[in-house]
Design a protein around this ligand. Sequence first.
Ligand code: XMP
Length: 319
Amino acid sequence: DWTMGAYREQAVRAIRDQVGDGKVICALSGGVDSSVAAVLIHEAIGDQLTCVFVDHGLLRKNEAEEVVGMFRDHMNLPLIHADEADLFLNALEGVSDPEIKRKTIGGLFIDVFEKYAKEIGGADFLAQGTLYPDVIESVSFSGGPSVTIKSHHNVGGLPEKMGMKLVEPLRELFKDEVRALGRELGLPDRFIGRHPFPGPGLAIRCPGAITREKLDILREADAIYIDQIRKHGLYDDIWQAFVALLPVRTVGVMGDGRTYDYACALRAVGSVDGMTADYYPFTHDFLGETATRIINNVRGINRVTYDITSKPPGTIEWE
Ligand code: XMP
């Protein structure tokens, strides 16, 4: 892509000018925005960049291995894998209120990020994958009346607290341009096309109190569901799809025996920007086949439902 090739060169120069010989840290989530930002900055300043991948134990099946494998081992980014699952899961024990979950995770995320930033001797800059729509939104919403539906987590207050400046090389781009830039930088298509994944991770897809057992069950079911969607060629047509594990056990029958296991809900939506969404019109065949695969292969689930709520009045995530 000619345009993106030119943008890439210009952005690399701008990053070098801004950063000089300073140090930059970046919270790499594995999402498209932070990934493209990290790879671009790495191209500009090499090992002056350190990425921190905070693993809160609320990731999907194989996610940590895939992200770390790709960035550290394949793309040679200096990357710290902060394996802090125990810290987060212990703090979340017994917590069932969605906002308390979000605030607990968001607060610990900042603590952990700060800890690793200090460990590498601090940094002069914090890199963020802020996009143009984020810039506009925060301007047009400031001062106006607003209702917080869900508190999103980010590393907001950290730059001032730690005396860091921001590096935001994607500030002029829309999502589709970030994807094009990512391709230009050599990120695999499969990675660039990934569905969004929320910062609090599986915690908000597991209504009620979280346990390690529930998370394991959820991860298995979700992996099968996404595999089904890919196999049927539907992945790119869907904005976001996931399984929510319900805090309800139901009676079932398997062979000659009675089962008493969890119910889950499949969620899939079409959307342009995540602000509004319609539930995805899967065929009954697809839904039936997926339910059978999940129940036959995931220990702990004996009932599958499909969530047909649009947004509004629902939200995309369950919490
Ligand atoms: P809702 O559930 O509010 O979600 O309809 C809209 C989009 O935002 C994602 N989401 C989050 N993303 N941090 C994030 O980075 C968060 O705390 C968060 N909560 C929701 C959600 O997955 C959907 O794409």
